[in-house]
Design a protein around this ligand. Structure first.
Ligand SMILES: [Zn+2]
Length: 700
């Protein structure tokens, strides 16, 4: 069986539902001109039922186990569910409605039960294990991508607890349920605690330095709560943005103290008890599955592999970062009129830092913006770099429908030579403007994932939150938005240039400590002189951006890295410290939480009071509210690979078609079809080294 086949949709799905059959549009783009909100739920439910039936047929197949009747069959299964769910989960954050939110509420438990049913299917486990054993014994020759698929599936089964006794499986289920509910409780307390921590200012003189906009916002926030004055609300991280502009030292100190006290104030919104129980239960959960602690459980499925590797990387960065932060502190103390040995209070850091930035790097966003016009940045920057590196070209297809009028669809052509049209590779959807129905931030998503097994070519989406200008006015960007555009397009390229057999290994289907790496690498082209000169052109006069501005921008990149690296590392180390405990090592009293934190920071050498962690334990939502527990290190892990790759490009002549081809074939195209660090070593000729990152951040 080598041809793509599609099991027909179950009888209870209306054949008129646009998801009932594969889309007839180019590249399988979902036909958003006919898809309505009410189509999602029935298609997803029918998709789950169809997928269950397909999996049941695989599990009960009486024939001897083969790669074809087990692995390939699993990879072919769930296509209806896949196309409906991908379209739904793309639209939910990007153009949400109360109806779509309700569907999410109803379907979330069904999705998790659906995944569990497959991961906990003992018959599937047996079949995959039979293949693993046969390969191990030398009786079966697996191709490399298939061997890697088997390895990943076996890890997945182990982590699901399939090998446990029924009693232990019950315990595991109870632990999972309790952990999920504690995470939700942490998030709720944090939100309520942040409101409680807001700083009310009643004398406007205390707000000196704050912009008119920010004051108006603070005024409105106070009014919304029926208070008189100005309310400074808390952002999630320690170092509140208002600290950079508030001239009154006493107000800064109030804001800083309120921020750092969150979650440890006693009363209802205190998070210490919850986080202790979470740390203990996660450790218990990990031990039940055969891992020493939660961090070991988490990294076993990441490219880092072991906590020793994570500790080593963080341990090598920390002293360099703190030494640099101490140098910055001495600099700032001088600016503040003191002697370098006076040090800087954490509350004053941003304010003094801003003064230095203005004096040394006098760059004004408003002056830069006319040189950063969206169409030019997109076509003469982002697309141009992809053309020079990978031989791609982009043609807008206004005839193809997006899921919102702002969405633009581009057809991507490959192997484009001068005078040649190239061959169709996939579609790139750009949804760049902010709107009420879109959540904040920027991200990449896939509507169709590349797979030679299914004969599918990729359809990827980039979402940004650029403010839309009035009609007929050009969209002018700030530099951060330019970087974000290149970054997200790096994820898009990972999806577009994927060249794998199995859909589950396609493009960005890599561990989270690797997935940010290709996108971070793509940011480098925004700084590349040939590309920068091409897009940074005044949108009215056509003049290039003045060269001295470019130099200043380059010079300003390293300033402040001591602070930002230290505050990040301190948080990453706290995450590891909590999650490298065995159940009986977790402190039992809420009184021990802050001393544990202080001891962990001291042990790692990042106990520098001027630069507190980006998040303290008591308001570290990434790790205790869900999602990123024991994984906060991932950002810098990816950046080590990124900086080393930037150096590889530099050593080999930079922006050339040859280098792009190597990066594409050895790295992007491989997706999750082999250990991503093997792809990296294949490209680099060796394992990653940390020095390029230290140099980039000015830490050597
Ligand atoms: Zn990213």
């Amino acid at each position: 069986m080598t041809s793509t086949h599609e099991t027909t949709a179950p009888a209870d799905l209306d054949p008129a539902n646009p998801f009932a059959a594969p889309s007839a549009l180019p590249y399988g783009l979902p036909d958003f001109s006919v898809i309505r909100e009410e189509h999602y739920e029935p298609a997803i439910l029918a998709g789950m039922a169809a997928h269950r039936a397909e999996v049941e047929a695989i599990a009960t197949n009486p024939e001897p186990v083969t790669v074809e009747n087990t692995l390939v069959a699993l990879e072919r299964s769930g296509q209806l569910l896949g196309r409906a769910a991908r379209a739904y989960f793309n639209q939910l954050p990007s153009d949400s409605t109360p109806g779509l939110e309700d569907i999410q509420e109803r379907l979330a438990p069904l999705f998790s039960a659906h995944r569990d049913a497959i991961n906990m299917d003992a018959r599937l486990h047996e079949r995959v294990r039979a293949l693993a054993d046969a390969a191990e014994a030398g009786d079966l020759d697996l191709e490399p991508d298939t061997a890697y698929l088997v390895e990943k599936l076996m890890t997945q089964f182990k982590r699901s607890g399939i090998a446990l006794s029924p009693g232990d499986q019950d315990t595991l289920r109870e632990l999972n349920a309790r952990i999920t509910s504690l995470e939700a409780s942490f998030g709720r307390k944090l939100l309520a605690g942040a409101n409680e921590a807001s700083v009310l200012v009643t004398d406007e003189a205390e707000l000196a330095g704050l912009s008119a906009d920010a004051r108006a916002g603070a005024r409105a926030a106070a009014a919304a709560r029926g208070q008189d004055g100005w309310l400074l609300e808390m952002q999630l991280f320690t170092h509140q943005n208002v600290l950079a502009s508030l001239q009154d030292a006493a107000t800064r100190e109030r804001v800083q103290s309120a921020s750092m006290a969150r979650g440890a104030t006693g009363g209802e919104n205190d998070t210490r008890e919850v986080l202790l129980e979470l740390a203990r239960l996660r450790a218990h959960h990990a031990q039940l599955l055969g891992y020493e602690h939660h961090a070991a459980y988490t990294v076993a499925d990441a490219t880092a592999g072991t906590t020793a590797a994570v500790n080593e990387m963080l341990g090598r960065l920390a002293p360099a970062a703190v030494a640099n932060a101490r140098r910055e502190a001495a600099d700032l103390a001088r600016v503040g009129g003191g002697s370098p040995s006076d040090g800087v209070a954490a509350a004053d850091w941003s304010f003094l830092n801003e003064a230095v930035r203005k004096e040394r790097f006098n760059l004004d966003d408003a002056a830069l913006r006319p040189y950063l016009e969206l169409e030019r940045v997109l076509h003469d920057g982002v697309f141009k770099a992809a053309g020079l590196l990978f031989g791609l070209s982009f043609v807008e297809r206004p005839d193809l429908p997006g899921y919102h009028p702002d969405v633009r669809v581009f057809e991507v052509f490959d192997a484009v030579e001068p005078g040649e049209p190239g061959t169709g590779l996939g579609l790139f959807l750009a949804d760049l403007y902010t709107r009420e129905s879109k959540r904040g931030g920027a991200w990449m998503d896939s509507l169709v994932v590349q797979s030679t097994l299914l004969g599918e070519q990729p359809v990827v989406v980039n979402n940004l939150n650029i403010v839309k200008p009035p009609a007929d006015e050009p969209t002018l960007l700030v530099w951060d938005e330019v970087t974000t555009l290149f970054h997200e397009f790096g994820h898009a390229l990972h999806g577009l240039l994927s060249d794998v057999r199995y859909p589950s290994q396609s493009g960005t289907a890599v561990p989270r400590d690797f997935v940010e790496y290709p996108s971070q690498v793509n940011e480098m082209w925004s700084w590349e002189p040939q590309i920068l000169r091409s897009f940074a052109v005044h949108h009215v006069t056509g003049e290039p951006m003045p060269a001295e501005w470019v130099d200043t921008m380059l010079a300003s990149r390293i300033w402040g890295e001591g602070f930002s690296t230290t505050e990040y590392l301190a948080a990453a180390l706290l995450d590891q410290a909590w999650h490298q405990l065995t159940p009986d090592q977790v402190p039992t009293s809420v009184e021990d939480v802050l001393p544990f934190e202080a001891a962990a920071l001291a042990a790692a050498g990042v106990d520098f009071a001027s630069v507190p962690p980006r998040y303290r334990s008591t308001y570290f939502n990434h790790i205790f509210g869900g999602g990123y527990s024991a994984g906060y290190y991932s950002y810098i892990w990816s950046e080590v690979l990124d900086a080393d790759t930037v150096q590889w490009y530099a050593e080999n002549g930079g922006l050339t078609r040859e280098n792009g081809e190597a990066f594409r074939r050895k790295l992007l195209a491989r997706g999750g079809s082999q250990d991503p660090l093997v792809s990296f070593a294949d490209l680099r000729g060796r394992a990653a080294e940390i020095t390029p990152l230290l140099e980039r951040r000015g830490l050597v």
